[in-house]
Write a protein that binds this ligand. Sequence first.
Ligand SMILES: NC(=O)c1ccc[n+]([C@@H]2O[C@H](COP(=O)([O-])OP(=O)(O)OC[C@H]3O[C@@H](n4cnc5c(N)ncnc54)[C@H](OP(=O)(O)O)[C@@H]3O)[C@@H](O)[C@H]2O)c1
Length: 328
Amino acid sequence: MAASSVAGSAIAALKSDGFSAHSGNLRVAHIHHCSPITGQLRSIQLRHSRISLYGSRSSFASSGVKAQAATVEQASIEVTKTVEGPVVVVTGASRGIGRAIAMSLGKAGCKVLVNYARSSKEAEEVCKEIEACGGQALTFGGDVSKEADVDSMIKTAVDAWGTVDILINNAGITRDALLMRMKTPQWKEVIDLNLTGVYLCTRAAAKIMMKKKKGRIINIASVVGLVGNVGQANYSAAKAGVIGLTKTVAKEYASRNINVNAVAPGFIASDMTAKLGEDIEKKILGTIPLGRYGQPEEIAGLVEFLALNPAASYITGQVLTIDGGMVM
Ligand SMILES: NC(=O)c1ccc[n+]([C@@H]2O[C@H](COP(=O)([O-])OP(=O)(O)OC[C@H]3O[C@@H](n4cnc5c(N)ncnc54)[C@H](OP(=O)(O)O)[C@@H]3O)[C@@H](O)[C@H]2O)c1
């Protein structure tokens, strides 16, 4: 599909008016919270019975919200400002790992731009689920290997929510073949999306983050980028490139308070691995000490930690493997 047709159809659809809404049937509680993103103590509006912000995972049962609010009010904390959840762009968020990341960050109170290339229905579903948890999300159809689409995607997030605080470079494809059989288009397609796409998104988002002197970028690499894999010369080269890019950008932007890390999953249950077939799966499982594929939600948990947790403020330029012990 032509990039312009994907992005140009203006698939950005704002899904919710979110945290700043004051509609009558919204349950709104004001609490103070120290944001790792802003580093400031501010008030937060909770508009749903189960919501957590910045990884704190505070859950509020429906009746518990009022109790929490009352406790906070009794403590006479000044409630003066409204905190907006961090704005996150997740590429390739319609399915698999990206979907799990978008869901996890949406549930944690972020405003999530859900990017996809073709799966508009699935992307809409992700937005609906985030909304159902009280979050905000919008979809953006676009090919992140194309500069114009990337610029338009970042602009969409900024137009909707004013900024980009967190970028998750997740979109990726495989076009596997042994080197001797690999065609140049197979090589290029993978490099264009899995490496150049990460460069384009990072450059566009970092421009915004550096003005605010804060931000977090998390690149989904792969253990294959560390150790190589038969049949994946294109993919492993791209992922190794992402690791080099991660470290360089971490060094260049550290003075701007932008943390850049890579997560390197092993084999994770998704459409990408489903097409490997049972025989290959059996062989792969034999190489994983924990004896199973990982789940997208397990990757999402690590990404959420890196994106939102205050403890991750001092982590930058790292590659965190999450692979059931495959590479150690
Ligand atoms: N699964 C694993 O075992 C594994 C292991 C290590 C690393 N990873 C990495 O993790 C990331 C996600 O993998 P996954 O297994 O979740 O893959 P997946 O299930 O195949 O999902 C891929 C996602 O990328 C999107 N996408 C594809 N081409 C795109 C493009 N040109 N522009 C924007 N988005 C595009 C897809 O959107 P559409 O639905 O619209 O096509 C989809 O949302 C990838 O970077 C992959 O390399 C995966």
